[in-house]
Design a protein around this ligand. Structure first.
Ligand SMILES: Cc1cc2nc3c(=O)[nH]c(=O)nc-3n(C[C@H](O)[C@H](O)[C@H](O)COP(=O)(O)O)c2cc1C
Length: 172
């Protein structure tokens, strides 16, 4: 897939995964693509928990219901930290979003699938349960869980809005 095919083939996958594991090289490519993302003032506010342990993934999947997390061979949890004390500006959300998109594209390029799972983490009891399971320090905000693997069935990229609906050229 060339770069633009990767962008256009990406879609959110909420189904189950095959039991095919990701290789160490694939995991490394995904992690490096996350770390390659830009960040405001080059201050790194995003950190990651890379989970390959089946037992932990199974427990996490029981907390994160509604997608295939339980069956994923690899799960990434994205965390952010407020470092606005250093710069007086907070770029936490922007930084993690840029990293997250790099991950989604790398996952697609590798023939795998995932979904940016965020909404369910906003429920306090779910967030607390994930924090407890993964022993996440209180100074880190849990932003997203990405279950990653080969999908058991093919998904389709969603139809996108036409450019004219969202873009104006030169002035509004
Ligand atoms: C910030 C953000 C949060 C999201 N949270 C969730 C989520 O909690 N659960 C989910 O199933 N999808 C989530 N998504 C995926 C969107 O629902 C999805 O991107 C959108 O429906 C468009 O579909 P596509 O990704 O297949 O193009 C999230 C996406 C973004 C960018």
């Amino acid at each position: 897939m060339d770069f633009f095919e990767v962008i256009n083939n990406r879609y959110s996958y909420r189904g189950t995964f095959t039991d095919e594991k990701l290789s160490d090289e694939e995991i490394s490519l995904i992690l490096k693509s996350a770390i390659a993302a830009p960040s405001g003032m080059n201050i790194k506010t995003t950190s990651y928990i890379a989970i390959t342990d089946e037992d932990i993934i199974n427990k996490l999947g029981k907390i994160i219901k509604g997608n295939g997390t339980k069956t994923a061979p690899f799960v990434l949890v994205l965390l952010t930290e407020d470092k606005s004390g250093i710069s007086s500006m907070n770029f936490e959300i922007e930084n993690y979003s840029a990293a997250c998109q790099n991950i989604l594209l790398s996952v697609t390029a590798l023939g795998c699938a995932t979904v940016w799972t965020d909404g369910i983490l906003r429920a306090k009891e779910i967030n607390d349960a994930v924090r407890f399971l993964l022993n996440i320090p209180q100074n880190k905000t849990i932003r997203a869980v990405l279950p990653i693997g080969k999908p058991t069935k093919d998904g389709e990229p969603k139809e996108k809005k036409p450019i004219e609906e969202l873009v104006v050229f030169n002035t509004y």
